[in-house]
Design a protein around this ligand. Structure first.
Ligand SMILES: Cc1cc2nc3c(=O)[nH]c(=O)nc-3n(C[C@H](O)[C@H](O)[C@H](O)COP(=O)(O)O)c2cc1C
Length: 200
C-alpha cells in the first residue's frame, strides 16, 4: 500500500498522474485529499467531481484498476493508515503546499496527511515530498532542509531539458518518474540521460 496525499498547492495534475501511474503499476493506493486541495483540483482539472476515483474514471482508467484505489477523508484519524501498526510501504505528498511542509517538519499532525507523514518518519518508511512554491523563502528552504535531514526525499517538480520535453505530459511524466525512482519502482516515464542517445 502506497499513500498519496494531495494538498492545496498548484499542480493537481501531478497528484492525479501519480495515482494513475501507481494504479497502472498494480499498486494498492490510499488517497487523502486535503480540504484546501479540492477547490484547486476543481479549477486546474476543470472538473466538479468530488472523488478521485471519479476523476481517474473520467480520465479513462480501466475499471479493473479502480479497485486499487481507496480514498480517506483528511479528518479520518480512525482510518487504518492513521496507525503506525498499519504496514503501508511509503507516503508521497504531491503536490505539497508549504503549509503541509511546515506541519510535517514540526510534527503537527492536524490532518490525516500530516499524520501518515509523521508515521512514515517515525517508522523509518519512505516519505517523498513534492513541494510546490516559487520563489522559496528562507523559512520554506529551512523546513525542506530539515525534512530532508529527517529522512524524507524532497523531489522538486522541476523539469529536465536534456530530454527535450515537448508537452506538459512530458514534463509531468518526468517528475512522476523521478518520484518512482525514489521508491525503486521500475518505469518508462522518461528517457534516462544517455549522452550518445540524446545527441544522436
Ligand atoms: C489557486 C491556489 C493555488 C495555491 N498554490 C499554492 C502553492 O503552489 N503552494 C503553496 O504552498 N500554497 C498554495 N496555495 C495556498 C494553500 O492552498 C494554503 O496555504 C492552504 O492552507 C494549504 O493547505 P493544505 O496544505 O492543508 O492543503 C494555493 C492556494 C490557491 C487558492
Amino acid at each position: 500500500m502506497i499513500i498519496v496525499g494531495i494538498t492545496g498547492a498548484s499542480g493537481a495534475l501531478l497528484g492525479i498522474r501519480c495515482i494513475e501511474e501507481l494504479a497502472y503499476h498494480n499498486k494498492q493506493i490510499a488517497v487523502i485529499i486535503s480540504r484546501s486541495a479540492w477547490p484547486i483540483i476543481h479549477h486546474e482539472m476543470q472538473t466538479d467531481c468530488t472523488s478521485i476515483i471519479s476523476i481517474v474514471k473520467q480520465r479513462n482508467m480501466q475499471p479493473e484498476l479502480l479497485c486499487n484505489i481507496i480514498e480517506y477523508s483528511p479528518d479520518d484519524f480512525f482510518a487504518p493508515i492513521a496507525s503506525g501498526s498499519n504496514q503501508f510501504e511509503a507516503t508521497i505528498v504531491i503536490p505539497c503546499s508549504m503549509k503541509t511542509v511546515a506541519a510535517i517538519t514540526h510534527g503537527y499532525a492536524d490532518n490525516l496527511i500530516h499524520r501518515v507523514c509523521d508515521i512514515a518518519l517515525k517508522e523509518k518508511r519512505q516519505l517523498v515530498i513534492v513541494p510546490r512554491e516559487t520563489p522559496l523563502s528562507a523559512l520554506h528552504l529551512y523546513n525542506l532542509y530539515t525534512l530532508s535531514m529527517y529522512g524524507a526525499s524532497v523531489v522538486m517538480p522541476i523539469p529536465a531539458f536534456y530530454n527535450f520535453p515537448e508537452t506538459v505530459d512530458d514534463v509531468v511524466n518526468f517528475i512522476i518518474g523521478r518520484v518512482f525512482d525514489q521508491l525503486h519502482i521500475q518505469h518508462n516515464l522518461y528517457r534516462r540521460w544517455d549522452y550518445d542517445e540524446h545527441t544522436r
